[in-house]
Design a protein around this ligand. Structure first.
Ligand code: GLY
Ligand code: MN
Ligand code: MN
Length: 466
């Protein structure tokens, strides 16, 4: 059965939501069981994070309703019969579960459609969040009377902004959950991966360590693990390659906590248990980028500024290595560094690995003052606005040598005043390095969450040689 916080927390969260939304009816359905290859063979169930946050219950076929005008909270859920018990065994009754999250008005799920349709007929405002699951889109479309294609634009801006404001700031219990995932599961994944690494084994061995450790704790990964010797391709999720001497293995994996809070860590590990000189130079540069970023992190500092500073460290280092040339600020202004760092420095982390991405990055990561850049590379920065106390954000700089991108830019002579294409030839088989940690913004500073997972050259090599 689901693990829950104290019921007061859910009551408080819904109270805040009511105050921020101010009027109408908030309709928050949970997620559905999705079929894998036939209806009775479902994919692993994952509850919707918004529903988890405000209503806590962790099973399919549930819907929460907050009638703001009448100050009423309702939960619709499954009726449980002996016929069901034959398949599932005893389960805790729905009204008991609802009571634990502070909701006393419970109804059978079969009553939901009538309730919503009646509310529509009464012409009351129904606030809902943009759905991302196909099944939920169909159900919402039928109940609310909008075509599926119109659901996104009909979603409630007031509700989206209220949810983002409330979920962005993590309380101590939430931070504990993230640290539980980091310390008890994700750190173990990395220690184990570092201790077994050697030439001759498959990438899939590392994916199995990641999935296995999470499952051993009755948790699951927060996203499919990336375990690849082709770290230059950012979200490469195939595990077919056999590790060879001299390669780098990039592992980006993070477990959920028992209450579904995500962790999101990346380490890059030398297959030969020791970095060669070329690898060490680039690795140290990525570490410098991360260190520079961290040194700037505190409330009030825009993350786009932190990102830009990390890019400047990258360019300075690349000039020293003879791979770039020119004035550092001009290179970054022009966007030439994105050949090596084509993604953003980080994103919010919480119940989702990209926290609240379903609510739109324009709402979670940008605001009236800080708008998303249109420039290649920086436009993939998922959070550009000011940092504030209580947010958890990833800091994940990387340096990648993507042969196809290098060849394309070279053939166009793109930024040839800044990029030394001839010197890059020696790096075309390099791969990529990313280093990622999870950071809490405190009232005047930052804190890297979790205990240290080996990261310095010395510590990584030592962990590989245990
Ligand atoms: N693991 C996905 C990411 O780092 O954004
Ligand atoms: Mn990340
Ligand atoms: Mn990651």
């Amino acid at each position: 059965m689901e693990r829950l916080f104290n019921k007061e927390k859910y009551i408080q969260r819904r109270k805040q939501l009511k105050e921020k939304v101010g009027f109408g009816v908030i309709f928050m359905p949970g997620n559905f069981h999705l079929s894998m290859n036939y209806p009775a063979n479902p994919l692993r169930f994952r509850q919707d994070s918004n529903f988890l946050y405000f209503f806590g219950l962790d099973s399919p076929e549930l819907a929460g309703v907050i009638d703001v005008d009448n100050d009423e909270e309702l939960l619709f859920g499954p009726e449980f019969s002996v016929d069901d018990l034959i398949w599932t065994g005893q389960v805790e009754m729905f009204d008991q579960r609802a009571f634990k999250v502070g909701v006393s008005k419970v109804f059978s799920y079969s009553k939901l459609e009538r309730y919503i349709k009646k509310t529509v007929e009464e012409k009351r405002k129904i606030h809902f969040l943009p759905p991302y699951q196909g099944e939920k889109k169909i159900v919402l479309s039928e109940m609310l009377g909008f075509p599926v294609a119109k659901l996104k634009e009909q979603a409630s801006d007031v509700l989206i902004k209220a949810v983002v404001a409330i979920r962005s700031k993590k309380d101590a219990d939430e931070v504990d959950e993230i640290e539980y995932a980091l310390n008890n599961i994700t750190a173990e994944i990395y220690r184990q991966c570092m201790s077994v690494i050697r030439p001759g084994i498959k990438e899939s061995e590392f994916a199995s360590i990641a999935e296995g450790y999470a499952l051993k704790h009755n948790c699951r990964l927060a996203y499919p693990a990336i375990c690849t010797v082709n770290g230059q391709y950012l979200h490469n999720e195939s595990y077919d390659n056999i590790l060879k001497d001299g390669q780098l293995l990039l592992i980006d994996a993070g477990s959920e906590s028992p209450m579904h809070y995500a962790s999101d860590i990346t380490r890059t590990i030398p297959v030969s248990k020791k970095f060669n000189t070329q690898q060490k130079e680039i690795y140290l540069l990525v570490l410098d980028m991360q260190q520079k970023a961290l040194s700037l992190m505190k409330p009030g500092v825009p993350y786009s500024f932190v990102h830009k500073n990390a890019c400047e460290v990258l360019v300075k280092g690349m000039i020293q290595l003879g791979l770039m040339k020119g004035n550092v600020a001009e290179v970054v202004e022009a966007g030439a560094h994105a050949l090596f760092f084509p993604h953003g420095l980080g994103h919010l982390l919480g119940l989702d690995v990209h926290d609240m991405e379903d609510l739109g990055e324009a709402n979670t990561g940008y605001d009236e003052t800080y708008k998303r850049s249109q420039q290649f590379g920086t436009r993939f920065l998922r959070y550009g606005k000011e940092l504030h106390e209580g947010i958890v954000i990833t800091v994940e700089p990387g340096i990648y040598f993507i042969p196809e991108l290098i060849d394309q830019w070279k053939s166009e002579s793109r930024y040839s005043q800044f990029i030394n294409y001839a010197a890059l030839e020696k790096y075309k088989n390099f791969g990529g390095i990313r280093i990622e940690d999870n950071v809490l913004i405190t009232n005047d500073n930052y804190k890297i969450l979790g205990n240290l997972i080996p990261k310095s050259v010395f510590d990584v090599e030592a962990a590989c040689n245990l």
